[in-house]
Design a protein around this ligand. Structure first.
Ligand SMILES: [Zn+2]
Ligand SMILES: [Zn+2]
Length: 298
């Protein structure tokens, strides 16, 4: 095995301490497996059946290995209504399909979800008005970015062959606030049902209710009717308290080129931090990397 070339300074963490801090946030394979087994997911035919189960309890479509169903009935109905056009085997998946598949995986990674929450609080301006989350969702436009920036820049500079085995990693292209009323009807229905379910769960377990944030994931082109999804997650009150306790509205950005800087907590800055969090995971501990196939477009 050949040694990988040294990374340019600005791609490296400035000190080993920062690298250790970063790695401590990443899930272990055991944690990731535990979460995968316990997290609740909606049947892909949710708007008809309303069923939520743990991910292993849902049967995966054998062709695309992506869609999940509570029953053969749901699979058949969803196939006829929507899935026939969206069922793409992994080897034929385009970068857009991969982006949305990785978005589902991203929801299983705690540090990624924490970062999504910080973005949501900013995009929905929840520190000013927490009730905004009741009728507004965060629209997350998903993409994939080059996982290895050094190789990508070499390709750009030399106009050489693109490495057919180059990895890509999940990235967020843009986020914005969207009122439930302005979401596609199917996404709106799924979101409202999901929220009602969480509300009932809080009532049954007598837990203090957290505000809920609905995220709507799609690609740049909206993903058509079927290749887009929504997820509603409770916003941990600690996250809100932490952001409130930071009245100057800044985050520390670490960079070898500029050192530690305090920067304004704006959507572009948070998005850049989010994408860099994922890109720095060179060992793919978050499983947010994939390979683009030769056949797939960009
Ligand atoms: Zn179902
Ligand atoms: Zn399928």
């Amino acid at each position: 095995m050949s040694e990988s070339p040294p990374k340019p300074a600005f791609l490296r963490f400035i000190d080993p301490e920062a690298r250790r801090e970063y790695e401590a946030q990443l899930p272990t394979p055991e944690e990731l497996e535990y979460i995968n087994e316990h997290v609740q997911a909606q049947c892909d035919n949710f708007e008809e059946c309303g069923v939520t189960l743990t991910r292993p309890e849902l049967k995966v479509c054998s062709r695309c290995k992506d869609a999940r169903y509570c029953s053969p009935t749901c699979q058949k109905s969803h196939w006829r209504r929507l899935h026939k056009k969206a069922c793409i085997p992994p080897e034929a998946a385009t970068s857009k399909d991969i982006a949305l598949r990785l978005a589902k995986q991203a929801l299983l990674v705690p540090v990624v979800v924490d970062n999504l929450h910080v973005i949501a609080v900013t995009v929905l301006d929840l520190l000013r008005d927490i009730t905004a989350a009741q009728n507004t969702a965060v629209h997350v436009i998903c993409g994939v970015g080059p996982a290895d920036l050094t190789a990508h820049m070499r390709y750009l500079i030399t106009h050489g062959e693109r490495d057919p085995n180059a990895q890509v990693c999940f990235s967020i292209t843009a986020t914005s606030a969207v009122r439930f009323a302005d979401m596609p009807p199917r996404i709106r229905a799924i979101s409202l049902d999901g929220r009602a379910k969480i509300t009932r769960m809080y009532a049954e377990t007598a837990q203090p209710a957290s505000p809920m944030i609905t995220f709507w994931f799609s690609t740049e082109d909206g993903g058509g009717d079927s290749n887009t999804f929504a997820a509603t997650l409770p916003l941990p009150l600690e996250a809100l308290a932490w952001m409130k306790s930071n009245p100057r509205n800044v985050v520390t950005r670490r960079s070898a080129m500029y050192g530690d800087q305090e920067v304004e907590r704006t959507e572009p800055v948070l998005r850049e931090c989010f994408n860099s969090l994922i890109r720095q995971d060179t060992d793919n501990r978050m499983q947010l990397r994939a390979r683009l196939n030769r056949t797939s477009g960009n």
